[in-house]
Ligand binder design. Sequence first.
Ligand SMILES: [Zn+2]
Length: 265
Amino acid sequence: MADDLIHAILNDGIINYSYENKFESKNKRPCPLLNLTIADRKSTRKFQFVWYSKYKWITGSQVRNKPYCFYCLLLRGDKTWSHEVMSNMKNFKRKAIKHAISERHLIYQEQFQLLEEQILKEHFLSNSLFKGTSIDVQNDLIACITDVVNTKIRNDLKSAKFVSIQADVTTHVSYKSQMSIILRYVVDKNIEERFIGFFDVSKDKSAVGLSNILLAEITNWNINDKIICQTYDGVAVMAGKQNGVQAIIKKSIQKPYLFTAMPIN
Ligand SMILES: [Zn+2]
């Protein structure tokens, strides 16, 4: 019977089941009605379907017509309830309760609940495709994250009425000069401050060179009409009133109310 999961697992051997297979099976506990007669001292009763509700760990194979412990079966726990066929079905309820409170079963019950985290740990330890050390994979991941963050910023900027731009030039550990650019705006009454990137300015640190990058980013983020303030440090290339970055941006943006803020060095 192809749809008898328990029979299939026992046939294949659980050792051949990957963590992914186990995780897929986690929420598919088979609960077939078994044609079993349970003989206790006082009475003879049939296997009751309601026991699947009472004992969340019990599963069954219709082909084998046997009950098993789903946790112990998937995680190779107590053999009596997972691999070895019970010698007899006498005192079934007493055996079930004894198993349910046994230390071995409780350990596998906990592991079953945490099957997803196990899977993740195993995946990272054994997966040959994703080691997290590949430069290509790392760059792909960074590109994906950047895309998500940038989409969020673009959506915010659409609803923001005004935007302030802030820039500073620093030297990277590799001795490259880079300009960082930050946008500030208000969305839903909250002040947002977003870093939009480092830009290599090693080849041209002139006011014109830096301004070109800033203007390109202002256009890129489609905020030409929203810029009301620019903030830089006080060095001449940035702050120069005639030819500094702030002056060039002012002329280019052509906003009468555009002002410049510069922290005191
Ligand atoms: Zn068990």
